[in-house]
Design a protein around this ligand. Structure first.
Ligand code: PHE
Length: 488
């Protein structure tokens, strides 16, 4: 390559010129050799990035079936003058989403709407020439064309329309010999084979001792391998799981279906709390009631009505066992940690769970009716607030978010209660709640040691990790987006 380039000192060589001058067939060989020469200061590389335009989804449809304005125009000229009203158009078989923008496009061709009728007074041959030009433009894009060889006003027109044309970038490289490259006596160069692959055979022999190894260049462009990989949410769950395991926690799980009693009453959430209403919680018809052992019902009744032996006054009123036994889809994974405590009230523990929860939320950019929570507790003599805060800080630091702060909050089942926020791009974002379970929660379960507890949103965190501004992206299975996601 060096001696080829020395032949014409001031010329920038393109890839295809290098390939033919050297009689190579592999682009990677030219790019690699060029890079090697550039690293040694013998050539300079000039990269020209240009946009290549092809048809988008709509563009392909238009290329196959005709552009919307062409189809409308053909309809219009085939209609008798008396049947060119807007209502004729609306009943013509065009889709509703086509007629709206379609009228605008027809107006662009000179069609006017006079008293509800589409009328055209202009030169039809000019319109047809323009439509043919547009169709011709789309046809050239089938193969992909570089931006500088496209007619700019046509391109601007199609760029302004949805999904008709899409662009991607390509890099064209040119190599020019430098003064020091020119000074090298290429006849004195010896060809030395560089070893790129280290194989068992190579290592078993002696040849490697004197071999020259090709340096590994992590900056070289390479194709993205399209391999199977875990869904980003699943990968994130695995990462969170391994962080908690590494911090000495054990994992627990539970059912999606729960009674209101375990989901709420055990947490001292009053039976008339707004979050318990039908419009916030998915209650089930089947099972519409789930039996709870009498000892638990009796304990919760005592706590809710009078506060038990905790010194609390309770909520007053009358506790209903029917309400407690209603079936629902769990609204938070705090039900998992509560059940763990109920089953192991005296055993100090550090447990976490990552699971799906359900709330009647309307779907928008930041809400889904099904999402996940990262839940956990620490129960041991002496467990306290600093321990809770440190645990959460450690977790988020391991996730890559070292700036964490807590603010006072309120939950019916913790005291004190905290809101946990992390700093992201200069802003504080709320990711979940935490606190120390109230005696009204722990006493009926038979726990005597304090319990630090937290529940965090997983999707919120996923939005930060994956840099999303719409939570729905996580679940719409957009293959192109999924392929582009890094392996977490
Ligand atoms: N369950 C709360 C929620 O769903 C979070 C939380 C868990 C708060 C544990 C305090 C203690 O938002």
């Amino acid at each position: 390559m060096l001696s080829a380039l020395q032949g014409s000192p001031d010329k920038p060589w393109s890839l295809s010129e290098v390939l033919s001058a050297c009689d190579w067939h592999d682009q990677a060989q030219a790019v690699g050799s060029g890079q090697g020469l550039a690293d040694a200061g013998l050539v300079s590389i000039d990269e020209k990035i240009s946009a290549i335009w092809t048809l988008g989804d709509e563009g392909e449809r238009a290329h196959a079936d005709g552009l919307l304005e062409a189809r409308l125009w053909n309809w219009l000229v085939a209609q008798p003058e008396s049947a060119r009203s807007m209502s004729d158009l609306n009943s013509s078989g065009f889709e509703r989403h086509e007629t709206g923008p379609g009228v605008g496009l027809l107006k662009g061709l000179g069609v006017e709407i006079i008293a509800g009728n589409l009328t055209f007074e202009g030169d039809a041959t000019m319109v047809e020439a323009l439509l043919a030009e547009k169709a011709g433009f789309l046809a050239t894009l089938v193969e992909g064309v570089s931006e500088d060889s496209l007619e700019s006003s046509m391109l601007a027109h199609f760029k302004g329309r949805k999904d008709l044309v899409v662009s991607s970038e390509t890099v064209a490289r040119f190599w020019t010999i430098t003064a020091s490259g020119q000074a090298v006596d290429s006849s004195a160069l010896v060809e030395a084979a560089q070893i790129a692959d280290i194989t068992p055979e190579l290592l078993q022999g002696d040849e490697w001792r004197s071999a020259e190894f090709k340096p590994y260049d992590v900056n070289l462009e390479s194709a993205n391998p399209m391999t199977g990989k875990a869904h980003p949410m699943q990968a994130l769950i695995e990462r969170i799981r391994s962080i908690f395991l590494e911090m000495g926690f054990s994992e627990i799980s539970g059912n999606y279906v729960s009674s209101a009693g375990w989901n709420m009453d055990a947490l001292f959430i009053p039976q008339d709390h707004p979050a318990r209403e039908m419009q916030d919680t998915f209650y089930l018809d089947n099972p519409d009631s789930i039996e709870i052992e009498d000892e638990h019902l009796a304990a919760w009744q005592e706590i809710h009505e009078h506060g038990g032996d905790t010194g609390s006054l309770g909520w007053g009123g009358k506790f209903s066992s029917e309400i407690a036994q209603r079936g629902l889809l769990r609204t938070h994974t705090t039900v998992n940690t509560i059940r763990h405590l109920a089953e192991n009230p005296k055993e100090p523990c550090r447990v976490f769970s990552i699971g799906r929860v359900f709330r009647k939320e309307s779907i928008d950019r930041t809400h889904l009716p099904e999402f996940h929570q990262i839940e956990g507790i620490i129960m041991e003599p002496g467990a306290n607030l600093p321990m809770l805060v440190t645990t959460l800080k450690t977790f988020y630091a391991k996730m890559g978010y070292p700036e964490v702060r807590v603010r006072p909050a309120y939950f019916p089942y913790t005291e004190p209660s905290l809101e946990v926020e992390i700093k992201w791009r200069g802003k504080w974002l709320e990711l979940g709640g935490a606190g120390i379970f109230r005696p009204e929660v722990t006493e009926p379960l038979g726990c005597s040691a304090p319990v630090c507890a937290w529940g965090m949103g997983l999707e919120r965190l996923a939005m930060l990790v994956l840099d999303l501004d719409d939570i729905r992206q996580l679940y719409i299975s957009d293959l192109e987006w999924l392929r582009a996601q890094p392996i977490l």
